[in-house]
Write a new protein. Sequence first.
Length: 63
Amino acid sequence: MNGHFFICFFFRHFIITLLINLKIGAQVYNLFHTYTLSLFLLLSGIVINNNRCLMITLTCPHI
């Protein structure tokens, strides 16, 4: 096995791994971003609605 073939094989493997990681990272980021945004909107709605509601929501055990 010569050096050129090894470098090409390693480079191709590196690119494929990088692309897979980027795809997974993008999915995780989108999921996290959506979750954070919905949580933020939910908390904002509760705060605007009633501060006492927020306290009840935070103190009640979540099912």
